[in-house]
Design a binder for this molecule. Structure first.
Ligand code: ZN
Length: 436
C-alpha cells in the first residue's frame, strides 16, 4: 500500500519546475553567502566570479568544494550568514576532537520540521501513531527533530533516550508504541532482551525509522523480523540537517532527496569530477534555502549513487541509494561519527610516552558497536592508571562515547594502520542496553 504524501506540491513536482526552483534558490543562496560570509565572499573574489555568473545548475561546478576543514577553521561563527540574534538554535555537528557549530534560524527549523514530516509520512507514520524516540539526545541532536515532526504531524511521541533495552521494551508495551526511531545498532541490541523477556507478541510496533548509520539489507531483515516492523532508512548530513535530508518511501528502494531544499551532486572522491547518473561516488550537497549556515558544495565523505527513473510512489524527487560506506576513514559507532586520528591525538596530548596506538571497532552485522583503544608504550615502560583514566575521560568528553582503553606491549598490536574492525558474531549476553 502506498503511504500518504505530506506535501504533494513539493514532493511530486514536475522535474522541469523543480530544476527552475532549484536554480532560483541556488542564486539566492549564492548571493546570501557572497554578501554575508567572508569565506565565500573571498572565494568569489579569488575566482573573479559573481553569483549571477551561475546561470544554470551545471555552472555550480565553477565553485570549489567546501570541506570539513573549512568548517573547522571557521569555528565558531565564521560561516554564519545571519547575525547571532537571528539564530534560534546552535548545534555541535558530528562529534569529533575539532568541533564545528551549526546555527539555525527560525525559518531553518521550520524547513527541517517540514522535511521530518515528509520523511515520517513517506514511511507511513500518521497522527494516530505513538513514536518512541530512542536516541542519545546529546550525541545525536537530530533526535529533537523527531519530537518537532511528531508534534507537527499530530502524533504522540515519547522521548525514551537510550535507557536500557528492558526499559525500552516496557515503554513500548505499556505505551503501545507503534513507531521506533533509533540507530540500527541500538535497535538490534533490543532483540535479544525482547526474546529473553518473551514479549515480542506484546509489541505494537509497525514502523522503524533508522539512522544515522546506514541500513544494510542484512540489518534491515534482522530488525524487521526481530521487532516485527517495517524498517525505513533516513539520511542526513550533520553539518546541515540530520536526519530527513532524504528518506525512504513505501517502496524501500532508495531514499527520496529533499531536492527543493538541497542540491545533491555525486562526484569522484579522488578527482572531484561529476559522476554519470547512477554511478557511485561521493555525495556533495549545496543548501538551497538555509539562512543561518548556508553551505556550497559540501563534501560529505558519504559514498552513494543516485537512482534514475521514476518511483511508483508518485514522488518525483530523486532517490539516493542507502549510504553504506565512507570515502574517508571516519568511523560510526552507536550513531557517533569520528575520525580515528582524533582519538590518537587526544591520547598523545595526555602523555608523550606512547609508542603507538590502534583503534579497534568491534562490529556486529557491520555496525560499529564498541570501540577499543590499544595504547603501546616503549619496551619496559608502563603508564600509570591515572594517565589511562585521563585518556579515557578526555575521549569521552570529546566524543561523548565511552570506550575500552588497554595498555599493551608494542609487539601485541595489530600490524600497520590505525584502525581495525573485528566482527562479533553473537552478542555474549542478552544485552540490557548499550554501555553509554
Ligand atoms: Zn518513492
Amino acid at each position: 500500500m502506498e503511504h500518504a504524501v505530506w506535501n504533494p506540491q513539493a514532493e511530486c513536482m514536475d522535474r522541469e519546475a523543480l530544476e527552475q526552483l532549484q536554480l532560483e534558490r541556488l542564486q539566492m543562496t549564492l548571493n546570501l553567502a557572497a554578501r554575508n560570509v567572508d569565506f565565500y565572499a573571498k572565494r568569489f573574489r579569488d575566482l573573479a566570479l559573481l553569483p549571477e555568473d551561475i546561470r544554470q545548475l551545471s555552472d555550480l561546478t565553477k565553485i570549489p568544494f567546501t570541506t570539513r576543514d573549512d568548517l573547522v577553521r571557521a569555528y565558531p561563527y565564521g560561516l554564519f550568514a545571519v547575525p547571532l540574534r537571528s539564530v534560534v538554535q546552535l548545534r555541535f555537528a558530528a562529534a569529533s576532537a575539532e568541533p564545528i557549530v551549526v546555527g539555525y534560524t527560525r525559518q531553518d527549523i521550520r524547513m527541517w520540521t517540514e522535511l521530518m514530516c515528509r520523511a515520517m509520512t513517506s514511511a507511513g507514520v500518521g497522527r494516530t501513531d505513538v513514536i518512541q524516540v530512542a536516541f542519545h539526545y546529546s550525541q545525536f541532536p537530530g533526535a529533537f527533530t523527531f519530537n518537532q515532526g511528531a508534534e507537527a504531524l499530530g502524533a504522540m511521541f515519547t522521548p525514551a533516550a537510550t535507557v536500557s533495552a528492558s526499559l525500552q521494551i516496557r515503554m513500548m508495551v505499556d505505551f503501545r508504541s507503534t513507531i521506533l526511531a533509533s540507530t540500527p545498532s541500538f535497535a538490534l541490541n533490543m532483540i535479544p532482551a525482547l526474546n529473553v523477556a518473551g514479549r515480542k507478541n506484546d509489541l505494537h510496533l509497525r514502523i522503524g525509522l533508522f539512522g544515522p548509520e546506514g541500513l544494510t539489507p542484512k540489518v534491515r531483515d534482522l530488525l524487521e523480523q526481530g521487532l516485527g516492523l517495517k524498517a525505513y532508512a533516513l539520511y542526513g548530513v550533520a553539518e546541515m540537517i540530520e536526519p530527513a535530508l532524504a528518506a525512504e518511501c513505501s517502496q524501500q528502494r532508495g531514499l527520496h532527496l529533499a531536492e527543493d531544499h538541497f542540491l545533491v551532486e555525486i562526484v569522484d572522491p579522488d578527482t572531484g569530477s561529476p559522476k554519470v547518473l547512477g554511478e557511485e561516488g561521493e555525495v556533495v550537497v549545496t543548501s538551497l534555502s538555509t539562512q543561518g549556515y548556508p553551505l556550497i558544495r559540501l563534501r560529505t565523505g558519504d559514498v552513494s549513487r543516485l537512482q534514475p527513473g521514476p518511483c511508483p510512489c508518485g514522488r518525483t524527487l530523486a532517490r539516493l541509494s542507502p549510504v553504506l560506506r565512507r570515502c574517508d576513514d571516519a568511523l560510526t559507532v552507536r550513531g557517533v561519527r569520528f575520525y580515528p586520528q582524533s582519538l590518537e591525538r587526544i591520547v598523545r596530548e595526555v602523555t608523550p610516552d606512547i609508542e603507538d596506538v590502534r583503534v579497534v571497532v568491534h562490529t556486529m552485522h557491520g555496525l560499529g558497536d564498541q570501540v577499543e583503544l590499544l595504547v603501546a608504550v616503549p619496551q619496559g615502560g608502563s603508564l600509570p592508571g591515572t594517565v589511562l583514566e585521563t585518556m579515557r575521560s578526555r575521549v569521552r568528553r570529546a566524543l561523548g562515547l565511552g570506550l575500552r582503553l588497554r595498555q599493551v606491549p608494542a609487539q601485541r598490536l595489530p600490524l600497520a594502520g590505525l584502525t581495525y574492525k573485528t566482527t562479533i558474531l553473537e552478542k555474549e549476553s542478552p544485552s540490557t542496553g548499550l554501555p553509554f
